[in-house]
Design a binder for this molecule. Structure first.
Ligand code: SAM
Length: 232
């Protein structure tokens, strides 16, 4: 498994992109923040999985927790996270601990170590295909993840589809789904033209989970459809 600052799903390239492009991402950052505002786990502890430097995660959300433990494979992420979110960390509103590692190897131990923490997957599950290229193994990883999370309070926002976008067109609107939508139907609904990448996250949530579909014009000419939902 990849573990370096040049990881295909994060690392230096991601941090540089986020630094330069974040000012163009309000159409994505605001709905993510609003959606996080609707999630109210009872716990004051949070496991943040794959948060990178938290470029897309507002302080107003993080500040609701007194203890946060984060896990990311990117060795740069923790250092930049502490700078970006210094207001809440330095003010000791939030006690942050950080772990560098792979969620598919280390989550089970973390769930045991922090039995009462809520869990947030931060746009990480849709990146797994960049690390695990064998579709059957990827599906198996997601199945083990879902069974590990049984009984826990957790949430995730993750890529479902990504593809091209005509810059002259406006960013499409977000929409709510009361339950799962298979990828083929989703493609027909949102991605009429061009080639789209399936991030193979269709089965992450149990079927009856309501979810918000948020478009993200991540860079010129590229659009991601991000699925956001919570369990508990
Ligand atoms: C797109 S970035 C997340 C961006 C984040 N939501 C933010 O606000 O900046 C994906 C992150 O997931 C991490 N990641 C990818 N696969 C991982 C894995 N198997 N275990 C832990 N972290 C992983 C990457 O290092 C990267 O930091």
């Amino acid at each position: 498994m990849f573990s370096s600052w040049t990881s295909p799903s994060g690392g230096l390239v991601w941090h540089m992109r986020a630094l330069h492009r974040r000012r163009h991402w309000n159409h994505f950052l605001l709905p993510v923040g609003d959606w996080l505002d609707t999630w109210h786990p009872a716990s004051t502890g949070l496991l943040l999985i794959g948060p990178s430097a938290g470029w897309c995660i507002p302080d107003s959300f993080l500040g609701r927790f007194s203890q946060i433990h984060a896990l990311d494979i990117d060795p740069l992420a923790g250092k930049i996270f502490r700078v970006l979110h210094r207001k809440i960390i330095a003010g000791r509103r939030v006690q942050l601990t950080w772990q560098e590692g792979d969620l598919f190897e280390q989550l089970e131990d973390l769930l045991c170590k922090y039995p009462d923490h809520a869990v947030l997957f931060c746009n990480v599950l849709g990146q797994h295909g960049l690390h695990q290229r064998v579709a059957e193994l990827l599906t198996r990883d997601f199945e083990s993840l879902t069974s590990l999370l049984r009984g826990r309070v957790w949430a995730s926002f993750h890529d479902r589809l990504s593809g091209g976008r005509n810059e002259a067109d406006p960013i499409p609107g977000q929409f709510l789904l009361s339950k799962g939508l298979d990828t083929q139907t989703l493609v027909q609904r949102v991605a009429r033209e061009g080639q789209w990448i399936d991030h193979l996250t269709q089965g992450v949530f149990p079927e009856n989970t309501a979810r918000l579909m948020i478009p993200w014009g991540i860079r010129p000419g590229v659009l991601h459809w991000v699925e956001a939902g919570f369990i508990g």
